[in-house]
Write a protein that binds this ligand. Structure first.
Ligand code: 13P
Ligand code: 13P
Ligand code: MG
Ligand code: MG
Length: 373
């Protein structure tokens, strides 16, 4: 396979590109024909040498294309492949009259990179280690800031990750690259030294999202998709439903430390109509079917051993009894929050609301008052 000049020998790239191209039924899942189509097209791309390996998966109504290759981040070839698959999937979704067919496809023509065109992208490029365990997380019914809390816990909180305390290779801590969603700038913070500064920012996940995590020597450890659809389109199209890639073990958090970051179903914005706070429930892929009030929000974790670019896996990491309690808690929290009905803070604050009738209601009321005069 041809390598791009900028990509060093032995550097493999994992690209996870995702989009909601239509839901079945409503926004609750992906149609098996859409998954089968994506699988078939990816299979062809592998046979043609475009990718080394792939895994097609879904969380709720979001289709995830997990790809390995030697073309580096932001490869036009890889982005085009994903775009073409989403376009073909959208055609099929329209034919099947799936819900919100082409929901995340915001542009008509491909322009070299899917960023800014609707789909979400997380990518990382690295030299494969002797053993390379990687987990790809994908969430539905939530915003990209959903990763802030678990990623912080995984890479900066010794109460989550004992390796930060007892593994000499991790004791230095990690660097966090934070994206300012409103000002479109990146800020790099080093932990543990700048832990409090980091928390001021990422404690506000609607404004600041963790984009990448690096070892102190610059090696990539985690990469997330940070695209926020509402901003891209200048109008609400869908919730962002982000993805996250995490490398594990040998100087990085152990697989179990990474999963531990999701043991508390923390509150994220999303859920019904992208306008409510709800708990993020870690589930097996088979249970990634947000139902009650279109939720509660879900996260799946697909584990792989990367072997010379091949994706050995996936292992469905949350398909385990040790996450039963997290799921039970999530359901209890969901039930409690639901009783608030249309009241904040279950419903998002007005500024965050994506479907809002407020302007029309105000217009109507003000208009009526004017008539009374
Ligand atoms: P590493 O040697 O990869 O750091 O693994 C430690 C471990 O197995 C913790 O579960
Ligand atoms: P999705 O962003 O997953 O399509 O969900 C949209 C929605 O409105 C759910 O109620
Ligand atoms: Mg949808
Ligand atoms: Mg979705």
């Amino acid at each position: 396979m041809k390598r791009r000049k900028s990509v060093k020998k032995n550097q493999v790239t994992i690209s996870v590109i995702k989009a909601d191209i239509g839901g079945y039924v409503g926004h609750s899942a992906s149609h098996p024909d859409i998954l089968a189509l994506a699988e078939r097209l990816m299979d062809q791309a592998r046979a043609d040498g475009v990718v080394v390996d792939f895994c097609v998966t879904n969380v709720g109504d979001d289709l995830d294309l997990i790809m390995t290759h030697y073309r580096g981040n932001d490869s036009k070839v890889i982005h085009r492949l994903a775009w073409d698959i989403f376009m073909a999937g959208t055609e099929l979704a329209k034919k099947l009259k799936l819900y919100g067919a082409g929901q995340d496809i915001l542009k008509d023509a491909f322009s070299g990179n899917v960023k800014g065109m609707g789909p979400g992208v997380a990518e990382m490029t690295f030299v494969e280690r002797k053993s390379e365990p990687v987990i790809v997380f994908a969430a539905d019914k939530c915003a990209p800031g959903a990763w802030n809390l678990p990623v912080y816990r995984i890479f900066a909180d010794p109460f989550n990750t004992i390796g930060l305390v007892i593994d000499p290779q991790m004791h230095d801590g990690f660097k966090f690259e934070v994206h300012d969603l409103y000002k479109d700038r990146d800020i790099v913070l080093s932990c543990p030294e700048q832990m409090y500064d980091l928390l001021v920012l990422i404690g506000s996940p609607e404004n600041y999202v963790i984009k990448n995590v690096y070892k102190k020597n610059g090696e990539i450890a985690a990469a997330s998709s940070t695209q926020k659809l509402a901003f891209i389109a200048g109008r609400y199209v869908g919730k962002d439903d982000p993805v996250l890639i995490v490398r594990c073990q040998s100087g990085l958090p152990a697989v179990g430390e990474v999963l531990e970051g999701f043991a508390i179903p923390h509150l994220v914005s999303g859920w019904m109509r992208g306008s409510h706070y709800g708990p993020l429930m870690p589930v097996a892929r088979a249970d990634a079917t947000p139902s009650r009030f279109d939720g509660p929000p879900r996260v799946i974790g697909q584990g792989f051993q990367v072997n010379n670019g091949k994706l050995v896996g996936p292992r469905d990491m949350f398909a385990d009894v040790s996450f039963d309690l997290a799921r039970k808690r999530a359901n209890e929290i969901a039930d409690y929050l639901r009783r608030h009905g249309p009241f904040e803070p279950h419903r998002l604050g007005l500024k965050e609301m994506e479907y809002t009738t407020l302007p029309q209601v105000l217009d109507k009321l003000m208009g009526r008052r004017k008539r009374k005069k």
